[in-house]
Design a protein around this ligand. Structure first.
Ligand code: GTP
Ligand code: MG
Length: 170
């Protein structure tokens, strides 16, 4: 039968990695070249139909700037899912993504579905992080991995859909 599932989802990652852009693409189908840096966090919701269930994502788009780090637990506590975002053209953002994974593994909900998003996949000429390296890292740490582009929409719906499929069915 039909099931309605509410799922709190948090996005974490370096400033400029593209968290807000991924959410804007997923929720509104839009992209802006000069997206403003998030202050604190922003809330969105979006519903997806997956198999026989309807998943309503309650999305917390956090601010990547270091001064907001101490707020993060408010957003990931109790979250059913997390997308950890880095920018494939920025090695430091990948290193920071691994720190977020460690923090979630230590402090987050143990059943959390975690996705690693290598964003800005449209900027292939500027790539600094190999997809293979991220894939291996994700596999070793129990995340699933996709390269995404908020700009071209590549894999944006797909990553949310993949999360929805992996959520525990109550
Ligand atoms: P904070 O809110 O500061 O933590 O940053 P954020 O992770 O939310 O990044 P944001 O979505 O604001 O994106 C930063 C910049 O990268 C913006 O100028 C976006 O237009 C750009 N951007 C985001 N995603 C992509 C992408 O997939 N491709 C390209 N080329 N640019 C992108
Ligand atoms: Mg933002």
């Amino acid at each position: 039968g039909n099931k309605n599932i509410n799922a709190k989802l948090v996005l974490l990652g370096d400033p400029g990695a593209g968290k807000s852009s991924l959410v804007l693409r997923f929720v509104k189908g839009q992209f802006v070249e000069f997206q403003e840096s998030t202050i604190g966090a922003a809330f969105f919701s979006q519903t997806l139909a997956v198999n026989d269930a309807t998943v309503k994502f309650e999305i917390w788009d956090t601010a990547g700037q270091e001064r907001y780090h101490s707020l993060a637990p408010m957003y990931y506590r109790g979250a059913a899912a997390a997308i950890i975002v880095y920018d494939i053209t920025n090695q430091a953002s990948f290193d920071r993504a691994k720190k977020w994974v460690q923090e979630l593994q230590a402090q987050g909900n143990p059943n959390m579905v975690m996705a690693l998003a290598g964003n800005k996949a449209d900027l292939l000429d500027d790539r600094k992080v190999a997809a293979e390296e991220a894939q291996v890292y994700a596999q070793e740490n129990g995340l699933f991995f996709m390269e995404t582009s908020a700009k071209t929409a590549t894999n944006v719906n797909d990553i949310f859909y993949e999360i929805a499929k992996r959520l525990p069915r109550v």
